[in-house]
Ligand binder design. Structure first.
Ligand SMILES: Nc1nc2c(ncn2[C@@H]2O[C@H](COP(=O)(O)OP(=O)(O)OP(=O)(O)O)[C@@H](O)[C@H]2O)c(=O)[nH]1
Ligand SMILES: [Zn+2]
Length: 305
């Protein structure tokens, strides 16, 4: 057994972040970590090199190159959500109602980060609201995003049967508005998630009832590298960091029309003979999505960083 006081070099995965405090895991060993200097550019899911300073503490020396990076941003700064994700699941429900704006923003963020996006329609047991919700969700299905219908509480085994195979071998983040049933789904997919959260919360000293931090659960029993990331419910999903070029490509339904506008530098807002605007007028692109595109373009011109 090594002397725990001895400085050791370890490769670890960041499994939770709270402010400037990080929790890393290396072969089942959990270490509270800080960065050198004032750096805050570490994200949950990052693979890092650590020098231990005690049995359960360390300093992050280096972040390994990321395959993907998902983030949100406002006018002032961007906020890392998670690194090295392969897919993103947006949880929506029959009730309470969900915001199309947030769904589309999540989809745009996933596209911009090069992450495959899915929708989970939860609470399908709420029969009265199902037809209308299905109709709304189908709009995203028709854009090519897979939709998975589940009921976390009425048919939990079925929900696991549907979702577990999709998670195997992948690094997945679940995001959704408060009340959609994301926690219920996480608890089905991650045995002992509650215990893990309490452990993380204690290690990071977040306060007893705080679950407002992003955390990663490793599930090697589903295949090497399987990870499920739970993020706090959000009300806003700012995307100020996206450039105009990224935005037009992140709206996947624009693809057939890009390059067919009269002006090569068309922004698809008010320009004459714009192929995108023509597609909107013909109902081939949903007006709601084009409106959001305009809003995001505006946001991207407002960044102060
Ligand atoms: N009818 C029904 N209710 C559900 C289902 N899944 C979750 N709920 C209920 O919906 C409520 C919210 O579920 P949570 O799992 O806490 O939702 P959440 O999305 O994690 O919400 P936050 O914790 O606020 O972020 C709870 O009362 C759940 O029991 C479902 O499939 N059907
Ligand atoms: Zn155009």
């Amino acid at each position: 057994m090594n002397n725990p006081k001895l400085q050791q070099k370890l490769t670890a995965t960041i499994i939770a972040a709270h402010g400037r405090h990080y929790l890393a895991e290396a072969d089942g060993r959990k270490l509270q970590c800080v960065t050198r200097g004032k750096k805050t550019n570490v994200a949950v899911g990052d693979i890092v090199q650590i020098t231990t300073t005690s049995n359960d503490q360390g300093v992050i020396d280096k972040i390994e190159e990321r395959s993907t990076l998902l983030y949100r941003s406002d006018q002032y700064k961007s906020k890392l959500l998670a690194a090295n994700l392969t897919q993103l699941f947006i949880v929506v429900a029959t009730e309470p109602g969900f915001a199309d704006d947030l769904v589309s923003r999540s989809l745009v963020a996933a596209e911009a980060a090069g992450i495959k996006a899915h929708l989970i329609l939860n609470k399908t047991d709420v029969a009265a609201a199902l037809p209308r919700t299905r109709e709304r969700v189908a709009a995203y299905g028709s854009l090519g995003y897979p939709v998975h219908e589940v009921s976390a509480t009425a048919r939990p085994e079925e929900a696991v049967q549907i979702l577990q195979p999709l998670m195997a071998g992948q690094s997945s983040i679940l995001i959704g508005q408060s009340g959609m049933g994301k926690s219920s789904l996480i608890n089905l997919l991650v045995p002992d998630a509650d215990i893990a959260v309490r452990e993380i919360s204690a290690a990071l000293d977040t306060g007893k009832h705080t679950t407002t931090f992003t955390r990663l659960y490793q599930l090697p029993e589903l295949g090497a590298g399987t990870a499920i990331i739970d993020s706090p419910g959000f009300q806003e999903f700012g995307l100020y960091h996206l450039t105009e070029g990224m935005l037009e490509r992140a709206f996947v339904e624009f693809a057939p029309y890009l390059g067919h506008c009269k002006f090569y530098n068309c922004r698809h807002l008010i320009e004459p003979q714009c192929a995108v605007l023509e597609a909107v007028a013909e109902g081939k692109i949903a007006r709601m999505r084009h409106t959001l595109y305009g809003q995001l373009l505006h946001e991207s011109s407002q960044t102060l960083y």
